[in-house]
Design a protein around this ligand. Structure first.
Ligand SMILES: [Zn+2]
Length: 457
């Protein structure tokens, strides 16, 4: 039994792993690096050696897990890709959006081989997608009879975003569990993960927040209160407020939180609210699937819970920033050419405005640079534009969709796997887990898979 890491570096990038077990080749995720361009943004499919795979599992629709799905599927024509119903609906939206982004980058960045796939290809590949339920083992071949060796898979709710799962593969009498991205605690909309802990032989675990210590006494509830208190104060001061959010996941969590706060009286008075075009599309899919995937506020239509306007890429340059208005626009990391990046100069250079970060930012991203900058300092948001001077108040809140590192450590402690494979983290994050897991799992072997090098499981 073997696992090969198809990412091009040990980092949070284009997640993709090949699991060889029970005579089957199973591809786990196929992401696109959110910051890189061209080949560097894709998994290294040369590792597959032209031999494709028998089946694929997609854990969730975030770009760093699903963004190169069409390219992966070219490696194994006709083979099934298993995912939840919500992941299928969301991945469809995200991949079509990705084609549009790549078409723009073709011009702006001179990427002559963009788009890497077309709208038509996205439409065609969905015929090979197979919807699988939660908590019920299924045959990975997607056909009757199954793969040689009877390899099966079972999905467990990962609590990260709508449709997200961890995948348990049973092969050769052993159980291999891939967490994908996970959150063990309840968010406002998503409920915490329901992961198995019994008889896990191999745990392939994400490590996103390994380098983010949690302050003593931290609770999500208290953090939500701090965020809502500051937001109320900003709105009372008539401030325009930029909240950079991921279109998928964080936008819907924020809408649910604002809705809950309005109902409970934690947030008082009217305010303007803008969401981005992609965020609005994902919100519509979330509303369409309500009652069909696990979440809190099962009946709530997020698009109708608050008065809101939708702003797209064409309008953002002309949009005049208004007082007492929340701009919840993507991307969460203020990536170049996104709505939050385009709006940022008008907010950051306005001493009366506020910028509130509510999730993770890569330190190398524009959001990471804003978060690290001192008040009055210069920040580069886009290599092609002048730097902006930071004059507005910037605050950060830990309302992440990823498990805190102690939560993941506790999960490993409960599962006591024979082997733990650490993936999906920047080197300091992975190293923290490599140091800490042996303290709670003294009998576990810790594996840090180098790109392209198969490791024996
Ligand atoms: Zn994710």
């Amino acid at each position: 039994m073997k696992l090969t890491n198809l990412t091009r570096a040990r980092e949070i990038g284009a997640n993709c792993y090949l699991l060889e077990a029970g005579g089957a080749r199973i591809l786990l995720d196929s992401g696109m690096h959110p910051r890189a361009l061209g080949q560097a943004a894709t998994p290294d499919f040369s590792v597959l050696d032209g031999r494709g795979f028998d089946a694929m599992v997609l854990t969730h629709a975030h770009q760093d897990h699903s963004g190169c799905l069409p390219l992966a599927m070219r490696q194994a024509p006709g083979k099934p890709v298993f995912m939840t119903q919500a992941t299928a609906a969301l991945t469809d939206v995200m991949l079509h959006n990705s084609v549009n982004v790549m078409l723009r980058q073709r011009e702006s960045e001179g990427m002559s081989d963009y788009p890497l796939f077309s709208h038509r290809e996205v439409e065609q590949i969905s015929e090979q997608w197979r919807i699988a339920p939660l908590n019920a083992p299924f045959d990975l071949s997607g056909e009757r009879g199954g793969l040689a060796g009877g390899v099966t898979c079972e999905f467990f709710d990962a609590g990260h975003i709508l449709g997200s799962i961890g995948a348990l593969v049973r092969a050769e009498g052993r159980r291999i569990f891939y967490t994908g991205d996970v959150n063990f605690e309840d968010q406002t909309l998503m409920r915490g993960a329901r992961f198995p802990v019994d008889d896990i032989d191999v745990l392939i675990m994400e490590t996103t927040r390994g380098n983010s210590p949690v302050p003593t006494g931290f609770t999500r509830h208290a953090e939500e209160k701090r965020f809502l208190g500051d937001l109320q104060a900003a709105l009372d001061d008539d401030a325009p407020v930029l909240i950079p959010v991921f279109a998928l996941g964080k936008t819907q969590e924020l809408l649910a939180l604002l809705h809950r706060a309005r109902k409970s009286g934690e947030l008082r008075g009217g305010f303007g609210l803008y969401v981005g075009g992609l965020g609005a599309k994902v919100t519509a899919v979330t509303d369409r699937l309500r009652g069909r995937a696990p979440r809190h506020f099962g009946d709530l239509k997020l698009a109708e819970c608050l008065p809101m306007e939708v702003v797209g890429g064409r309008d953002i340059a002309k949009l005049s920033v208004s007082p007492k208005t929340v701009y919840a626009v993507s991307s969460g990391m203020m990536t170049e050419k996104t709505l939050s990046n385009a709006l940022a100069p008008r907010i950051l250079e306005n001493p009366d405005a506020r910028c509130m970060f509510i999730g993770y930012s890569d330190p190398a991203s524009p959001a990471g640079r804003v978060r690290a900058a001192a008040s009055g300092g210069e920040v580069s948001l886009d290599a092609g534009q002048r730097p902006v001077r930071l004059r507005c108040r910037v605050d950060e809140y830990t309302l992440s969709a990823h498990a805190v590192r102690d939560g993941l450590l506790d999960y490993a402690r409960k599962a006591q796997p024979a082997k733990v494979v650490l993936v999906h983290g920047d080197p300091p994050a992975v190293e923290w887990f490599a140091r800490e897991i042996p303290k709670v799992c003294p009998h576990s072997e810790i594996i840090l898979p180098n790109p392209g090098e198969p490791v024996e499981l």
